[in-house]
Design a protein around this ligand. Sequence first.
Ligand code: NAD
Length: 502
Amino acid sequence: MEFLKSLGIEGINPGTSTGCRHFESKESISSFTPSDGKKIATVGTTTREQYEHVVAEAEKAFKVWREMPAPQRGDIVRQIGEKLREYKEPLGKLVTYEMGKIYQEGLGEVQEMIDICDFAVGQSRMLYGKTMHSERPQHRMYEQWHPLGIVGIISAFNFPVAVWSWNAMIAAVCGNVMIWKGSEKTPLCGVAVQKIVAKVLKENNLPEGIFNLVTGDREVGEWMTEDHRIPLISATGSTRMGREVGKTVASRLGKTILELGGNNAIIISENADIEMAIRATVFGAVGTCGQRCTSTRRLIIHESVYDQVKERLMNIYENITIGDPLDEDTLVGPMIDEGAVENMQKALEAIKEQGGEVIYGGEVLDEDGFYVRPALAEVENDYDIVQQETFAPILYLIKYETQEEAMVMHNGVKQGLSSSMFTLNMREAEKFLSAAGSDCGIANINIGTSGAEIGGAFGGEKETGGGRESGSDAWKAYMRRQTNTINWGDSLPLAQGIDFDV
Ligand code: NAD
């Protein structure tokens, strides 16, 4: 495959790597393409000994990197962005080939990496602290932000490269060094990114160990979460994983950014532009084969437009092209693996058992790849299965009468990532965005639940974990705040006017 060759990862056993060096490893994980289930390559997993080496290299590199002025670190990130532009096509293809999302989405994922690089370059000159007026004469008070040290990044299979960049590019301009463990389901994506970054490090004579990669399953992730040398763990994945990671890191009083599961809904009001709402719903529900944290899972529809929406959706679903994700005509590629297909089938059974009706799709379409037909189901919001995040293209249709009722249903799940309302009525829209409205980290009007831009802070509330990544002031989570008071006078007045004469 030409794109594997141009990424320099064809037929190799890349092992573990710090910045530029690769170690051979005895243990390995296999990388499969979900498009036909074939094995692409094996990737060596990190041993405990190698892990210790990586941490030591990272600690060494931190001493160099933290001394480099932030705008110069920004320039390195700019160069990473340039390299990613150069490799956009092959890397986008690899994302598609190893993860299964369609090529347009693979390219979009790499574009997201480029965008966050550009954002981080600007951020490198804007790591602002405040200046305060001291209550004491001839004193100056201000705050500044310092890097934390090693940032551990644990990422999920569905965004095998972008999630790393949201974290790593911002954390890097802040002066941190990174250890990344990607998903064991997409190990080659991590190796390809590491190779691209390694070129930039080498060209700039920078130490190995600023950007590090470890490979393996949750065991390697556990080494990281237990490791007091890693002050911050940014973990993206299931709520189950987040609970474990959160507990372990909290027990050593470390910091976490948790980006976990969603159960995202769109409310379609009687005042909606229905065509626009339908297009956004379909993109949100079937895009990435329903395997985005922001996928639209629940559609809460006003009773007056319910039948119209249902009919239109059935029509569109009948015409969706499902197939090879590298084929430009495909809109829905495969699911990640057999386990994912099984979970979807179990969820469809549960819908029926709990009183719902699967009104369209759900079938498994082949035996080699993991292709399924996206499903539509009529349900009630309080069904047990509707309350869970099933990481599959199942869209639940739920009917409502009043906006109050819609809001109660909308917020009546444990997750709180992304949300949206389609309406042309200003009062309804503003209410949805108000404190009494959506309880999610992301709330949109007349835009679907998925496809966030990097400029805003990304993340969610409740069981989604509360973390924020990417834009706005998310950078602060990767730094420690220091408050400084300087006395430039010739006396020593105490705060709060305390008199302490010695
Ligand atoms: P997962 O939880 O199975 O695995 C995610 C990562 O965590 C993997 O790298 C895995 O090896 C690691 N891991 C698992 N258990 C661990 C433990 N106990 N300690 C340390 N590391 C551990 O998730 P997945 O199936 O790869 O991804 C799908 C999930 O990710 C969905 O729930 C989705 O909503 C969520 N997700 C959330 C966001 C977000 O930003 N909120 C983004 C993408 C995906």
